[in-house]
Design a protein around this ligand. Structure first.
Ligand code: ZN
Length: 242
């Protein structure tokens, strides 16, 4: 089975369309949350995701916040401004879709969460020791996470007590080994200094995981952000991937 893995789309419709086209034919799509927040086209993104066949989608912190599940005052000023804009612009049907998303799913022997298996909505896995702790919180061999917007590979060899940790080379493939936690990176707002949209293709029978990057029209999205009068910073950061 060929699975498209996407995460952290953040209402960036141009990036999402580019990734879906580049990903080609797939048997399933697994989406790791944060469909909305920051970007200018939340309805278009949610509707396109909803239309995908054989979709498994979980909830991110922005999806939870926009549906009233989090006190918005916990966000910084710009994120708050963007969140209110999204709340006001999302259709009722799309809000309902986001609200009904699960926080944690096991599919085909893989655990899917947005943040971490220990804290599916909020925890960032940005350090090896955080990854190490989180191996205690899921039972499958593979766990896929998003949230940090940075592609990452971690593998835990329990017998030897060795943790592998680091970013993947864009375009490279790995064969799954030991137990692993993998982040495919962000479609709509990468934060690893590479502005190209990030996603992954998982070929289950071969246990192969391919890390992909694809350029999209960043300028077009920046114009839409400014036109919508969303915070300027959310447009600026797309250039440099921060
Ligand atoms: Zn996110």
């Amino acid at each position: 089975m060929r699975v498209l893995i996407i995460s952290d789309i953040h209402a960036n419709f141009d990036a999402l369309q580019t990734v879906l086209k580049d990903g080609g034919d797939v048997d399933q799509t697994w989406c790791l949350g944060d469909l909305v927040g920051y970007g200018p086209q939340p309805n278009e993104c949610v509707e396109l995701i909803r239309s995908l066949e054989n979709l498994i989608c979980i909830k991110g912190n922005h999806d939870l916040a926009v549906t009233g599940g989090i006190d918005i005052s916990l966000f910084n000023n710009e994120a708050k401004e963007s969140m209110l804009w999204h709340q006001n612009n999302l259709s009722k049907e799309n809000i309902k879709f986001l609200k009904d998303l699960p926080e944690k799913v096991e599919v085909n022997g893989v655990t899917l969460v947005h943040g971490s298996p220990r804290n599916p909505i909020w925890e960032y896995i940005l350090e090896p020791y955080i990854a190490r702790i989180n191996y205690e919180y899921f039972k499958t061999d593979l766990c896929l996470v998003g949230h940090s917007h940075q592609p990452m590979i971690s593998a835990w060899n329990a017998e030897e007590g060795v943790l592998e940790w680091g970013p993947p080379v864009p375009g490279s493939s790995i064969t799954l080994h030991n137990r692993m936690i993998i982040n495919p990176g962000s479609v709509g707002q990468p934060r690893d200094s590479d502005p190209r949209a990030a996603y992954a293709i998982y070929t289950t029978g071969l246990h192969r995981f391919e890390f992909r990057r694809i350029a999209y029209d960043v300028g077009a999205v920046q114009k839409k952000i400014l036109k919508a009068e969303l915070p300027l910073r959310h447009a600026q950061r797309l250039n440099g991937g921060w």
